[in-house]
Design a protein around this ligand. Sequence first.
Ligand SMILES: C[C@H](O)[C@H](O)[C@H]1CNC2=NC(N)=NC(=O)C2=N1
Length: 97
Amino acid sequence: MTEKLSEETRGPLLKPLFATGWEMDGARDALRKTFQFSDFVDAFAFMTKSAIWAEKWNHHPEWSNTYNRVTVVLTTHDVGGISALDAKLARKMDGLV
Ligand SMILES: C[C@H](O)[C@H](O)[C@H]1CNC2=NC(N)=NC(=O)C2=N1
């Protein structure tokens, strides 16, 4: 679960995420997406819900919030790149919107 995804395995895992707006970070082996909400309260509610899953799975996003936007970067620090956990958390975050 926490191995860096190989070129062969990442295709099928990441393709559905690219379809929902995730993209490869330009600089690192990481997934990136900016979520937009109607206001700060909704953005922060999304962060709160995501944080509960992140803590439950011991897998934590890099993220920043500006008013109604939340930019999320997912990568697995322990392996230096994207693992299945990043795909799992990305899918979960999409579902929490
Ligand atoms: C010690 C602790 O279990 C590790 O540092 C966990 C915590 N959360 C983590 N989150 C992410 N995104 N990558 C990690 O490698 C990671 N490792």
